[in-house]
Design a protein around this ligand. Structure first.
Ligand code: GLN
Length: 475
């Protein structure tokens, strides 16, 4: 695509180099042509895209403000509902499900002039770290096609890296935006929990789910977040806090900013990933930041805590897929309980079933206190570690993942090994703080690596300023 950032589209529309409809047509044609290389899109919403683009052109012709995202092609992870446009969650159980309403994030994107061009592939119900758990086949990493793009928002990261969308939306429960952003070499942002309404995001683990943007630069990611953020009466956990104009505060000045580097994240970091993170930290020091070593002692418990809380909440949330209310119903059932059993048995993939079983177990009578309640207590300790750290530092910098993109098939038979790939991202998700991945270079084989930046609740602005200042040193 010729216009490939929000700013370049805004300028092109203003100077009448092209119309929004022309941008949409070109984006759709290009994405459809390129998609077989990655399998990142599950569906193109051409009709809806062209209607949205026409609305933008009409506003421009009438001299009205077309919005912050005017004419910008946006791709959307398939766990986010789009009215009348099939939303499968990467699952067979929702193969033919066409939602009767839009997620709030989608409404806001379109109200700001954004053009939704398609739905992206993902791990089934956002459960996974490699996009290999999709019922619609894996996604290939555009940078290295024999490798995974990361997960669970693998498709949304891949389309931005492949330039088949300008920006995209993903969801993060334990790292599913930052990890694929890191693997594909794009910017990915998990906002503060409650910053973006979850209304219309199909629930995986409600106390951990976030919607956030992918973009090719920090400025674009900040703009998309600004459009989506803010209180929504349809999500009782969405926050009242005012939404700053994120993008206009990116001035490159981070002098005197105090950065914390957690010993627990660096002690096992080895190889090229660790080298690139160390180099990024030195770059930030060169920009005038003060770097301090900090400790987040509860880090070791994060994965176990996450897999108790996330599976417990998932088992409860996914109870609604019973063949009676949504999507697939097994045709071969004599009784009601057979219908439930067969529908869920045939409709869900192996990883989803594994998590429902684990979650049902930890919530069952007699185990609730020992597992779920205990995990919530440890979660509070993990959050307290961050609260303590942010008394002394403005931001925490760390790796996103212990390793770069791995080969397709490499970890599918070892769920524990797969779960460990989220070791550095899960803590931020449990604490509900804003965190992001910004590209910080590539290995000798050309595999991208992301630097993770974490800030205190609702301090996205500070996080973006640091990420943007760092990004400027890379260009
Ligand atoms: N990879 C983690 C999991 O499998 C995180 C997923 C996510 O953030 N949606 O649960």
């Amino acid at each position: 695509m010729s216009a490939d950032t929000i700013q370049s589209i805004r300028d092109g529309l203003k100077n009448k180099q092209f119309s929004a409809v022309e941008v949409a047509r070109e984006a759709l044609a290009f994405a459809e042509r390129e998609n077989p290389k990655t399998n990142a899109y599950l569906l193109f919403s051409s009709e809806r895209a062209l209607e949205a683009a026409e609305r933008v052109d009409k506003k421009l012709a009438a001299g009205e403000d077309p919005g912050l995202l005017a004419g910008v092609p946006v791709a959307v992870k398939d766990v986010i509902l789009t009215k009348g446009v099939r939303s499968t969650c990467g699952s067979k159980i929702l193969e033919h499900y066409s939602p009767p309403y839009d997620a709030t994030a989608i409404e806001r994107i379109e109200a700001a002039g954004g053009v939704i061009i398609g739905k992206t592939n993902c791990d089934e119900f956002a459960m996974g770290s490699s996009n290999e758990n999709s019922a619609y086949g894996p996604v290939r990493n555009p940078v290295a096609p024999d490798r995974v793009p990361g997960g669970s928002s693998g498709g949304s990261a891949a389309v931005v890296a492949q330039k088949t969308a300008v920006v995209s939306l993903g969801s993060d429960t334990g790292g599913s935006i930052r990890q694929p952003a890191s693997f594909c070499g794009v910017v990915g942002v998990t906002p503060t929990y409650g910053r973006v309404s979850r209304y219309g995001l199909v629930a995986f683990a409600s106390s951990l789910d976030h919607i956030g943007p992918f973009a090719r630069n920090v400025h674009d990611a900040a703009t998309v977040l600004e459009v989506m953020a803010g209180r929504d009466p349809l999500d009782s956990t969405s926050a009242e806090a005012p939404v700053p104009d994120y993008a206009s505060h990116l001035n490159g000045d981070v002098r005197g900013m105090k950065l914390g580097v957690p010993v627990e994240y660096m002690k096992n970091a080895t190889g090229e990933t660790a080298d690139l993170i160390h180099k990024a930290i030195e770059t930030l020091r060169g920009l005038g930041c003060e770097v301090h070593e900090i400790s987040l002692p509860a880090t070791d418990y994060a994965i176990a805590t996450y897999y108790v809380i996330a599976t417990a909440e998932a088992s409860s949330n996914l109870a609604r897929f019973d063949g009676a209310r949504y999507g697939y119903r097994s045709p071969s059932s004599g009784t009601l309980s057979d219908m439930y059993r067969n529908t869920r048995g045939e409709g869900f993939g192996a990883e989803v079933k594994r998590r429902i079983m684990l979650g049902t177990y930890v919530l069952s009578h007699g185990y609730y206190d020992a597992y779920y309640l205990k995990a919530q207590k440890v979660r509070a300790l993990i959050t307290r570690d961050f609260t303590n750290a942010f008394q002394n530092v403005d931001a925490i910098v760390a790796p996103v993942s212990p390793f770069p993109a791995f080969k397709i098939g490499e970890k599918v038979n070892d769920p524990m090994e797969m779960y460990l790939s989220d070791i550095y991202t899960i803590t931020g998700s449990l604490a509900g703080i804003p965190c992001m991945s910004v590209p910080c270079g590539a290995t000798a084989d050309g595999l991208p690596v992301g630097l993770q930046i974490l800030c205190n609740h609702f301090q996205e602005q500070k996080m973006f300023r640091l990420a943007d200042a760092f990004e400027r040193t890379c260009s």
